[in-house]
Design a protein around this ligand. Structure first.
Ligand SMILES: [Zn+2]
Length: 138
């Protein structure tokens, strides 16, 4: 169920049939009919998963907010909802960079950028984000 009417923002919404294989909703406050794209739900799940991944990689709520554009309070609520506890990493902090595809390939082509580091690469909008753990570097 959507949280609120896209037109008037009220929360008085009921299901009102299926149109073109989509659930249709009716706002009982302003009588506006609307459907919700299936894709919308997938994107939401995707963003939640990404936020949880970043959290586990050691990023703070505010860093995650900057990266995925969801408020730190929302990120915090997801962490609680899914009961995520991350092990303490007091001895290191991940470094992250955002690359275009060509920049990423160039970065990866240099062995000194890879050796002695753990890397995670994740899609980030039309670019790629690399999280690097320099824990094992001297
Ligand atoms: Zn409405």
């Amino acid at each position: 169920m959507p949280n609120s009417c896209p037109k008037c923002n009220e929360q008085n919404i009921v299901k009102s049939g299926i149109i073109n294989e989509r659930q249709r909703f009716l706002c009982k406050d302003c009588n506006y009919y609307f459907t919700v794209k299936k894709l919308g739900k997938q994107i939401d799940d995707y963003i939640v998963t990404k936020a949880l991944q970043l959290y586990l990689e050691g990023l703070s709520y505010r860093e995650i907010e900057r990266i995925i554009g969801v408020s730190h309070n929302t990120v915090s609520s997801w962490i609680k909802k899914y009961n995520i506890t991350r092990p303490p990493h007091s001895d290191f902090h991940p470094v992250y960079k955002v690359f275009k595809q060509t920049e990423l390939v160039e970065y990866m082509s240099k062995e000194e950028n890879l050796k002695g580091s753990g890397l995670v690469i994740t899609e980030f909008g039309d670019k790629y984000m690399m999280i690097k753990w320099e824990r094992f570097k001297k």
